[in-house]
Design a protein around this ligand. Structure first.
Ligand code: FAD
Length: 260
């Protein structure tokens, strides 16, 4: 029937439909909400698209889409970018031998909630940034630009994330400790541990999907070796968490189920 059923999603997998839906929403809806972009907000969009070009493991037509948009944004030299002009530049182009296409439908698979108002976009946005921190750690020099992806996320969330309260919470966490991150692998762990901090804060609250309770992630059934006990107290085995992230947030773990 083409409609994803939450019970069919496998929690050990990533789904391209979630990633592309979140990309579409983050670019064409959230980043294109203001009547025009300028200054730090325009810089945040350029930074986001530039980081996606470097590290998002998309299919060829999506990579072409991101490269085309990146080049277009770098060519835009006026201080103000009107939304109407941006929207035009964000359209798909199927002509020629290199189609430039980011699907415009929104289909949640791994991020599908048990009701419409649960999960979806915020889940997809977390997933994109975990994937980007891991890809940047796998494909870049560990000690150079350790904050490349995290500072992109910080700017994106501050300037575009529609949940204002979430953006304020995230900015507070970033301001407290993000600049102590000294390597790309530490950036992976920073995002992991701060996402878990958010999970702990939101557990049992009214934004929690009862079918998807907030967990300290990855739970033991996904990664038994990530957990240990020290003097009877739960602790994380961080090297195992890094190894798990490199396998979980890898192109080989992205499945095409329900992708357009
Ligand atoms: P999510 O927390 O969205 O996680 C998505 C998926 O990522 C999970 O299904 C799991 O597979 C995986 N995952 C879970 N934890 C981790 C981890 N530690 N590391 C790696 N992967 C993990 N909501 C609020 O109500 N208040 C807020 O202040 C708030 N702040 C937010 C800040 C940001 C930057 C973002 C992106 C979202 C924020 N949200 C906030 C939304 C909230 O965090 C969830 O995204 C939303 O409630 C949907 O939850 P979910 O069950 O789909 O899991």
């Amino acid at each position: 029937d083409g409609v994803a059923h939450p019970l069919r999603a496998d929690r050990s997998k990533l789904y391209m439909a979630d990633l592309e839906s979140a990309l579409h929403y983050s670019l064409r809806v959230e980043a294109a909400r203001a009547s025009s972009l300028s200054g730090a907000q325009l810089a945040a969009l350029r930074c986001y698209v530039g980081t996606l070009v470097k590290y998002f493991p998309g299919r060829p037509s999506v990579q072409t889409y991101l490269q085309t948009l990146d080049a277009w944004l770098r060519n835009w030299t006026e201080p103000e970018l009107p939304r109407t002009v941006l929207k035009e530049a964000m359209k798909n182009n199927r002509d020629g031998s290199h189609p430039s296409v980011l699907p415009t439908n929104v289909t949640w698979v791994g991020c599908q909630g048990s009701e419409r108002h649960f999960r979806g976009y915020p889940c997809g946005l977390w997933t994109i940034f975990h994937l980007l921190t891991v890809q940047a750690a796998q494909n870049g020099p560990d000690k150079e630009l350790p904050l490349e992806v995290l500072s992109t996320m910080r700017c994106y969330v501050r300037h575009f994330f529609g949940c204002q309260e979430c953006a304020e919470h995230f900015e507070a966490m970033a301001a407290k400790s993000m600049d102590r991150v000294a390597s790309r692998e530490e950036a992976v762990l920073w995002l992991w541990s701060h996402h878990n901090e958010v999970n702990a804060r939101l557990a049992g609250g009214d934004t929690e999907d009862p079918k998807f309770p907030k967990l300290q992630w990855p739970p033991p059934d996904l990664c038994p070796q990530c957990h240990k006990e020290e003097r009877g107290v739960h602790a994380w085995e961080e090297p195992a968490v890094v190894a798990f992230f490199k396998a979980h947030f890898s192109p080989a773990n992205i499945y095409m189920d329900y992708a357009e």
